[in-house]
Write a protein that binds this ligand. Structure first.
Ligand code: AR6
Length: 171
């Protein structure tokens, strides 16, 4: 199980081997955190991403990090579920995003990984439920990734993630 750190801030300012972007199936970039990642990585990211598209919800793929390097080496693109009330496998798909991102990071040899609150923006996933899934999934994965930084963009999300760490017995 990797060490889990909860932080408040901008994902693209992280110093980690790989960051995860909350993409859509085209991998061409969009709004929210995906916009910030594409803006920081440069237009090459959309080219590399679209060559691997379409990507199914719950899955993840990696590209180079382009202009985010050498501070960040890889961008892992994952597509979260759109929240449709909870009856459409959203929880399973969200857990799958975290698992697949860790698998891809492990295969790349990444030892540190920063992940935003996938699906909790444009895709509407309730933040408390998403925080529970983020923590429970990351802590249950066997991986050589040593540190996972869960990056919240607002204090409310940060506090939810911290509460989940405490509730799930992760110090
Ligand atoms: N750093 C960290 N977290 C951020 C940042 C940032 N710079 N910017 C936003 N967030 P969202 P989704 C948080 O909407 O719900 C895009 O158009 C934000 O506050 O980025 O998975 C894609 O292309 C929220 O908590 O992703 C897809 O079409 C979290 O990141 C769609 O949106 C996720 O919000 C994906 O929607």
């Amino acid at each position: 199980m990797p060490v889990i750190e909860v932080v408040l801030g901008d994902l693209v300012e992280e110093r980690v081997d790989a960051i995860v972007t909350a993409a859509n199936e085209s991998l061409l970039g969009g709004g929210g955190v995906d916009r910030a990642v594409h803006a920081a990585a440069g237009p090459e990211l959309a080219g590399a991403g679209s060559a691997l598209a379409p990507l199914d919800p719950g899955d993840a793929v990696a590209t180079p990090a382009f202009r985010l390097g050498p501070r960040i080496r890889h961008v892992i693109h994952t597509v979260g579920p759109v929240w449709e009330g909870g009856g459409y496998d959203e929880a399973e798909l969200l857990a799958s995003c975290y698992r697949r991102c860790l698998e891809v990071a492990d295969a790349l040899g990444a030892r540190s990984l920063a992940i935003p609150a996938i699906s909790t923006g444009v895709y509407g996933y309730p933040a408390a439920d998403a925080a529970r899934i983020a923590v429970s999934t990351v802590r249950s994965v066997r991986t050589r990734v040593e540190v996972v930084r869960l990056v919240a963009f607002d204090e409310g999300s940060r506090d939810l993630l911290r509460s989940e760490l405490a509730a799930q017995g992760v110090s």
